[in-house]
Design a protein around this ligand. Sequence first.
Ligand SMILES: [Mn+2]
Length: 372
Amino acid sequence: MGMEFYGDAYKGTDYAPFVGINTFLHLPWIQSQKELEQKRPDIAVIGEPFDFGTTIRPGARYGPRAIRAASTIPAPPYERFNIETGADPFGVFKAVDYGDVNVSPGDVIESHKRMTQKVKEVLDIEGIPFMLGGDHSITFANVRAFAKKYKNIGMIHLDTHADCAPQGLCGFKYDHGAHVRRVMEMGCMKGKNYTLIGPRGYWPGPDLYKWMSDQDFQWFTMLDVEEIGIDTIAKEAIDRANDGTDAVYLTWDIDSFDPAYAPGTGEPEPNGLTSREGMRLVRQFSTGLDPDRFAMDLVEVSPTYDVSDQSSYNGGITSGLGQRLILELMAGLALTKQGKNEGKPIRPHEYKGTGNTYKFSKTYHKDIPKRD
Ligand SMILES: [Mn+2]
């Protein structure tokens, strides 16, 4: 699949990662709907450079650029083999960069319309859309396209904030803290199919959590992450999202991470996920989600507040983490697509040391514990 699609570029490259135009992971850039329909990729990455729905600190309009800049390796021309998973997502999926949504600065409604249209174009060719945000209001526009194709969707939502307000702070309906409410109004999702992971801090208050409870929503605060553990929570979220649904939407706010791992975001909150917990979630999610009925967005990367080099290999701390979450999810879904739960990882299965009896786990996707 990879060889056929990427041609000689799949074998290797004679140019350095900092040479060339920076699409996501140097993937081929698809510039028109016509070309998309001809190439029919399995995965299309879409940039949504938009932050007009932000309540407090703006800047996520530059998120897609930063995530792309951070994402130079791996890609079809470069080494693609993940040493932990033994997976090469590009050997399984034909993946492309479908460019940015041409947003209309200041015009939220029109910009959201254009997002819905572009995501729909990918869904129409049976592709998996991966959206790079962008503030969290883009999820409303993306799910609107998703809901045209699938009647009943499940949602897994990672976030500091529950984002289910009836409107933003001063009444704006399409604020980035209101997209979950807008999705519920569409009638495409039952509350029992929704799970939020990572809330903490001071917003929203008890009234909105009461509303969530009335909808049959599930949520796991950071205290729950600490006490219950990532694997059980991942399993619960997957089960709820798949229960009687046609498809699953994963929406990941980078502010679910601790500011130590993701400072580059508009509304950071201490005591979040570690990058290691995030990667484990990705790996668990990818075992339980069907790549043929799935979409994802990664939102609220705001490079202005990021630290470290922001224009190259793994880039800023935040954009570097963001691009890896997407890539590792692609890799995990590639294994699932092949009916495997591991590739051929470069990981010792036997300890070769001093006679200790420790055995390394055979599978990289460890068995997810059963609920009581
Ligand atoms: Mn959010």
